[in-house]
Write a protein that binds this ligand. Sequence first.
Ligand code: FNR
Length: 383
Amino acid sequence: MPSLEISDLKALAKRRVPKMFFDYADSGAWTEGTYRANEADYHKIKLRQRVLVDMTNRSLASTMIGQKVSMPVALSPTGLTGMQHADGEMLAAQAAEEFGVPFTLSTMSICSIEDVASVTTKPFWFQLYVMKDRDFVRNLIERAKAAKCSALVLTLDLQILGQRHKDLRNGLSAPPKFTPKHIWQMATRPGWCLKMMKTQRRGFGNIVGHAKNVSDLSSLSAWTAEQFDPKLSWDDVAWIKQLWGGPLILKGILDPEDARMAAKTGADAIIVSNHGGRQLDGAASSISMLPRIVDAVGGDIEIHIDGGIRSGQDILKAVALGARGTYIGRPFLYGLGASGKTGVRLALDILRKELDITMALCGKRDILDVDRDILDSDAGQLP
Ligand code: FNR
């Protein structure tokens, strides 16, 4: 059966990736209410159907923070991506590069910055968690510079870790609890296992061997569990900005007041995000907050958004409401779990096709001309 939409890739990934790692991607915090709202709220927004408008010569090309993109979509930073598929970050980065959209490598990735740099030819983006160990942070930034990363995505909404019940039930905690159940889950996914056995990459590649006293998997999990910094402040953002000196994107803004603070930092963009519903359960969906944030700071800073995007229609709605760029997390992870690099390409292809046709049917030929005018102002608009 052909994979025609993102949900087809999700179904395939579920069959191919061991349960504990599939669940890790497919989970939100506590009741998962915000995780569900992120997707559901896109369906409340209605598009205007237009006819007899010239629909030839369409263009999805745009820029995000001044960098060219073949469509306004980037791959979100996601931790443990290399557990969805062996060498997952390297494969996803290659797929994104071939497609002409940014790939963002997470601090908590399995493949390291250097691994990804070794298999790509164009710059990728690096996502930073500010750990308590500031020497480690300094060193990570130096490594991202050495790898010629063309943007730093600084995540602000994980000062402490939200609780995800699926992970706890699956024993995916720090330290991880490996039981016969996990071995069985892996053994029943032989394709995944065979590829994993061939790869050299184990544990968090950006951390092992780079952080003090972290040399193996057990010291790694203890270190990571206590390194997120509950004291992170706007002063730290200024410090990182100065240390990095390049294009900076602030990720995890969901409130207009925080957006105003973020705009004052002189960063290049903010990402309206609730971490894909993985942190504050009960928070509003990203798309429902976008109009208020655009009204607050739209003239001052470039605005991007993530969370719940599962189709080209969703991308178009976000752009119409003022997002210059969008990000996909789970959609590319499902593609990766389903069939590696080909699956990530397929996810991007699906989204591009949907975006292109939807834009045309709304009577637009150029993504740069899309604005609130394509939305039906009476049919269930947000907020
Ligand atoms: C994430 N996210 C995330 N964000 C971040 O800044 N650093 C990280 O390491 C991770 N790790 C991570 C792992 C997994 C499995 C998921 C699903 C998400 C959040 C991510 O960058 C993004 O905000 C959301 O994934 C966007 O929502 P969708 O597209 O997954 O609905």
